[in-house]
Each structure stands twice: as C-alpha cells, then as structure tokens.
Write a protein that binds this ligand. Structure first.
Ligand SMILES: [Fe+2]
Length: 278
C-alpha cells in the first residue's frame, strides 16, 4: 500500500526528484520547472466513479498551475504528464503477498499506435535509448538482479537496500537531492526504507496527504462493503469510468477549479488536448 501511495503523493517530487543548483528550473521537463517555481502543494480531492481524483494547486505567474494524480480502483495510479506530450504513463501496483508488490509501469500514446509515434521515439532517443524498445534485454541484464529464488525474481531491481541503491555522494553533492540514478530508484528507496509494513500509528499525515487519506477510505469502504453485504466495488461494472488521464493545466486565479479539472481529466480515444495556456 505504501508503494502505491507514492504514486498519488503530489508533494514529494519537488523535493525527492529535484536537482541541485536550480537545474529543475532550467531542465527539459516543463512540469519540473513549474513545480520548482512553487514547491508548496495545495492538495484537494474528489471521489470519483473510478476512485479518487487528486488535484494539486501551485502558484503560477499566469494564474494557478493545477496538476492531477488519479487513483483508479483497485491498484492503479497515474500522474500528470511531464511535458506537452500525448504520451501517458500509469502504474499498476500488484500485491504479490502481504509484504511484496509488483510495480508495472506502462506508457502509451493517446493519439496513435505507440510504435508509429514520433514523440515517444524522440523521447527515447533523447535519453540515449534505442527507438523501439530493442534495449529490453539490455535493460534486464543491466538494471535487474540475476534470476534467483527470491520472490519477484527475475524482476527485482539491482539497486536495492543492501547496496544503498547505488547512492553516490559526489552525484548528491553536485547534481541531485538523492545521489541516486533516477526517479524510480528514488521512489523505491524511500518506499522500502519505511519497512515492509509501516506502523501506521507512528505516521504524521499532513495536508499534502489528503489524496492518500481519501484513497485509504475508498479501499476500506469497498473491502467492508464486500464483507458485510457482498457489494461490488466501484469501477468493476463501470469500465467507461476509467476513461481518464492525469492532466496539467493553468487556470485563472480563484476560479472554479472542480469543473475545469474534471473536464481536463476526461479522456477520449484518439483525442489529445494540449495544455492550451502553457
Ligand atoms: Fe516519485
């Protein structure tokens, strides 16, 4: 559960995934630049047919910058895109047992088939990766543990708690907050270092945790309803409710964000709405 909660936490990216020396403000990702301008996240939540819509407001020179995270029953999360791109990513946090979670991260294009998609290919090439995923075998060899008897093998990542996630103090001094190689490793490190099942009575939830609180409430209510009345959880009989994208937008200061944010979060097959005011 705490792994999934990292996927709907709008506050951590501006710290955990930040770069030193204001690099976020100048970096290639528009969203990183906007979050670096105002690291204070004002979080609001809406309960929806698919789960929870988490909307986060930050100050912006042209109004209010809103970014959304969505939680989709029973274990999917999606965060607002990192640039003006039709490519969306989401994560599935699949419980394997009480102490292990398998995370699948999926990316796809909202307009055209991904293998014909120029921006997806360009993004990979910009990262120094082959254009069409031929590096899968290399990735497996380079970033994952050799196959073993351990649960989750052969999908266990090479950076892990025993090797301090390859934290490099010189990288930390010069470049980023964590000294780790990328955002996925950073997320994994802070999630796993809490222990496999965190003692909830010791946690201190704050205002940026409203999405996490709402998600727990939705899941607990669904579980109790199954137990008590056999009620079908939300989303199961309503697949159309899942036509959503996490989104980013700039809205006029002080306006009615609920309607605009909900509208921007709807997804239509084959339609990509650009971030018009950015
Ligand atoms: Fe993260």
């Amino acid at each position: 559960m705490q792994a999934l909660e990292g996927g709907i936490d709008p506050g951590h990216a501006a710290f955990l995934h930040s770069k030193r020396s204001g690099a976020n403000r100048r970096g290639p990702f528009l969203i990183n630049r906007l979050m670096a301008q105002d690291i204070e996240a004002h979080v609001h939540v809406l309960q929806e047919d698919y789960g929870v819509l988490i909307a986060t407001r930050r100050e912006h020179e042209e109004g209010e910058f809103w970014r959304t995270n969505v939680f989709l029953m029973p274990f999917y999360t999606m965060a607002g895109r990192f640039g003006d791109t039709p490519i969306v990513r989401w994560s599935g946090w699949i419980p394997m047992d009480d102490e292990n979670t398998m995370r699948w991260q999926v990316e796809c294009d909202t307009v055209q088939p991904i293998l014909q998609n120029d921006s997806w290919v360009q993004e990979r090439v910009a990262q120094g990766r082959p254009p069409l995923g031929q590096d899968l075998d290399d990735t497996l060899a380079e970033d994952l543990e050799p196959p073993s008897h351990r649960i989750g093998s052969p999908f266990r990542t090479l950076p892990n708690q025993e090797n301090d996630y390859f934290m490099d103090r010189s990288v930390q001094k010069e470049w980023n907050y964590s000294g780790m190689s990328n955002g996925n490793v950073e997320d994994q490190a802070v999630t796993e270092s809490m222990g496999v099942i965190y003692a909830r009575h010791r946690e201190h939830l704050g205002t940026t945790d409203l999405g996490i609180i709402a998600t727990r409430q939705v899941l607990l209510r669904a579980a109790k309803a199954i137990r008590d009345t056999g009620a079908t959880p939300r989303g199961v009989d309503n697949p159309g409710a899942y036509r959503v994208n996490a989104s980013n937008m700039v809205l006029p200061t002080g306006g009615d964000w609920v309607v605009r944010v909900r509208e921007a979060t709807k997804a239509e097959p084959g339609v990509y709405t650009r971030m018009a005011s950015l």
